[in-house]
Design a protein around this ligand. Structure first.
Ligand SMILES: C[S@@+](CC[C@H](N)C(=O)[O-])C[C@H]1O[C@@H](n2cnc3c(N)ncnc32)[C@H](O)[C@@H]1O
Length: 252
């Protein structure tokens, strides 16, 4: 795509077509979509910590996630993909502030230094770590055993982002989500990264967003629905996100 940005004229011309008002929602969308791609390539999300622990997420996604957790007040948040543990601690800190909820994290490889740091963290009492592949039936059973009858459950998938793995995770964990709650299939941004230096051509078809779209298309129990923003004094409607088509709501 060819974007010609003229800040003097206040215009963006896309592929030689009609100019778009630079200072409009449409102008912002063109710029922010490009910013997301450039930021992903430069590993922008690998520059943040939460309460001292690296968190590999776009801050806007975490603010949106926080809005949903605060509204839903889940009893249990299940997260696949711990890495350093930043997102696990982020969720645990929301539970702490809400005075409700706990977090179960699953990772195929919990590095000793990451485990040791998390075990010393002040929020560790709200965190359970499970080591193994998130799609291993024995691991899924272990996680299920942690959930008590009647508890509200939310799930965030952030482990292996291949289409096959996310599909298997959706099949294993979506049934644990309670009606009105969500399973979040993160990092569908991959579908827009086929033409950036660190991206891969096959991500156009094989990505977590496509896995989410295909999953809900086969099951009326779930819909893809971006949660409404809790506050919006702008005319903007689109998130600046690494998680397009990520929010799968259980509707029945
Ligand atoms: C993107 S990182 C997670 C980032 C973390 N959620 C955060 O926000 O900081 C992905 C993690 O998924 C883990 N992983 C990869 N394949 C997995 C699998 N089959 N089951 C569980 N975890 C897996 C990796 O070991 C890695 O730690």
């Amino acid at each position: 795509m060819k974007l010609e940005i003229d800040t003097d004229k206040g215009e963006i011309v896309v592929d030689g077509s009609f100019p778009v008002d630079l200072w409009s929602d449409q102008g912002f969308k063109l710029l922010s979509d490009l910013w997301v791609k450039a930021g992903w390539n430069q590993k922008h999300v690998y520059t943040f910590t939460w309460f001292g622990i690296p968190i590999i997420q776009l801050p806007e996604d975490m603010i949106r996630y926080q809005e949903v957790v605060c509204a839903l007040k889940p009893d249990v948040i299940i997260e696949t993909g711990i890495a350093h543990g930043g997102s696990l601690v982020f969720s645990a800190s929301l539970c702490k502030m809400l005075g409700k909820g706990r977090v179960i994290g699953i990772d195929v490889d919990i590095r000793a230094h990451n485990r040791a740091r998390l075990e010393k963290h002040p929020l560790i009492d709200l965190i359970t770590m499970v080591e193994g592949s998130s799609t291993d039936p024995a691991i899924v059973e272990k996680v299920k055993a942690e959930i008590r009858p009647g508890e509200t459950v939310m799930v965030v998938l952030d482990s292996d982002h291949s289409y096959a793995h996310v599909t298997a995770e959706l099949e294993a964990y979506a049934p644990l989500v309670t009606p009105g709650s969500y399973i979040v299939s993160t990092d569908g941004v991959m579908r827009n990264l086929t033409d950036v230096p660190r991206g891969q051509p096959h991500w156009g078809d094989e990505n977590p967003a496509q896995a989410a779209i295909d999953f809900v298309s086969g099951d009326p129990t779930y819909v893809i629905e971006q949660p409404a923003w809790a506050f919006n004094e702008s005319t903007l409607l689109d998130p600046v996100t690494h998680w397009p088509d990520a929010w799968i709501k259980r509707v029945r």
